[in-house]
Design a protein around this ligand. Structure first.
Ligand code: UFG
Length: 318
């Protein structure tokens, strides 16, 4: 297929682009490089630098594209609490520009990077796609609004859309991994201690109602996540908007993640308890039954492998 990948210079976008190319697809990446890196775009993909508002229409018009995979987004929960307008503009605003450009160009298939943050504080665990969506921050709210727009475009314009609601993505795929200028995620922060670029890791809160008092998250390997995108691409059905959770269905606490990082790196990794981070739910674990049943997806990589691959990637960067 001839595909447009927005945000293909970022962490997840670059991994999925590499997998799409390996599967024989033709890929154009559209990325403004505000957080992505030009050298992260896999060889064999064409890179167009620009925003969706400026470049989606000219790239799509007459380009012969069959589908879009839409990763481009601002994705830091904390930043979204400080700058909600930025998140509404860059996430919803840019996405609407993309959808309109698709509609005008007659490209009606889209796979969208949604998030567990659309659910907010869960009512029950594991989280099902039918659970209430009550985001607690502008990041999750802006992504939920895009999901709503996709439902309308499917209903009114016959789009075939699939939203994948990611839980905590980790790991790397060869030379494609996490390279954020400001790193807030747990696993890269813990591994930075083992690499000697941070003195210790802070555990944000140890008084949550969990077995060891630290927050529990559902970690998914970026390669498994990518495989789900290839399956989702085949599942775009005109007139339908399908939503799937993407996680492993297992929860690991912050302390458990740090322990796995110690095992993998052989480094003692000093950890200290710090105050809770605002907006962190105690437990976020996905039910991935729906995507397993409907698309035949199955996670292949465990937490140990995610940490090992992220560690190999980090060392290759030095
Ligand atoms: N944490 C620490 N120390 C750190 C970093 C994180 O203790 O240095 C803790 C957090 O408080 C949280 C857990 O580790 O309890 C995981 O935090 P991350 O920042 O790695 O991930 P989040 O669960 O906050 O966020 C992720 C994605 C978001 C998405 C969210 C959906 O990064 O984009 O999952 O639940 F919205």
């Amino acid at each position: 297929m001839k595909l447009l990948v927005t945000g293909g210079a970022g962490y997840i976008g670059s991994v999925v682009t590499a997998q799409l190319l390996e599967a024989g697809h033709e890929v154009t990446v559209l990325d403004d490089l505000s957080t992505g890196h030009a050298d992260a775009v896999p060889e064999g993909a064409r890179l167009v630098r620009g925003t969706l508002r400026e470049q989606a229409a000219p790239v799509l018009e007459g380009g012969g594209f069959q589908a879009v995979l839409h990763f481009a987004a601002k994705s830091l929960v904390g930043e979204s609490m400080e700058k909600p307008g930025l998140y509404w503009d860059r996430n919803l605003g840019e996405s609407l520009a993309l959808l309109e450009a698709m509609r005008r160009a007659g490209v009606g298939q889209i796979v969208f990077s949604s998030t567990a943050a659309t659910y907010g504080e869960p009512q029950s665990t594991p989280i099902l796609e039918t659970d209430p969506t009550r985001p607690t921050n502008p990041y999750g709210a802006s992504k939920l609004a895009i999901d709503t727009a996709l439902s309308e475009y499917a209903r009114m314009h016959g789009f075939g859309a699939v939203s994948l609601r990611y839980f905590n993505v980790a790991g790397a795929y060869g030379r494609f991994g996490e390279r954020h200028t400001v790193e807030t995620h747990l696993i890269p922060n813990v591994l930075a201690v083992a690499a000697g670029t941070r003195p210790s890791v802070k555990m944000f809160g140890d008084d949550y109602p969990t077995a060891d008092g630290t927050c529990i998250r559902d970690y998914i390997h970026v390669v498994d996540l990518g495989v789900a995108h290839l399956l989702a691409l085949q599942a775009c059905t005109p007139g339908e908007h399908k939503i799937f959770n993407l996680g492993n269905g297992n929860g690991f606490s912050v302390r458990e993640v740090i322990e796995v990082c110690r095992e993998v790196t052989g480094h003692p990794i000093p950890a200290e308890v710090a105050p809770r981070r605002p907006g962190d739910p105690a437990v976020l674990v996905a039910s991935s039954q729906k995507i397993q049943a409907e698309l035949g997806w199955k996670p292949e990589h465990d937490l140990h492998r995610m940490v090992a691959d992220a560690w190999a990637f980090l060392r290759s960067q030095r």
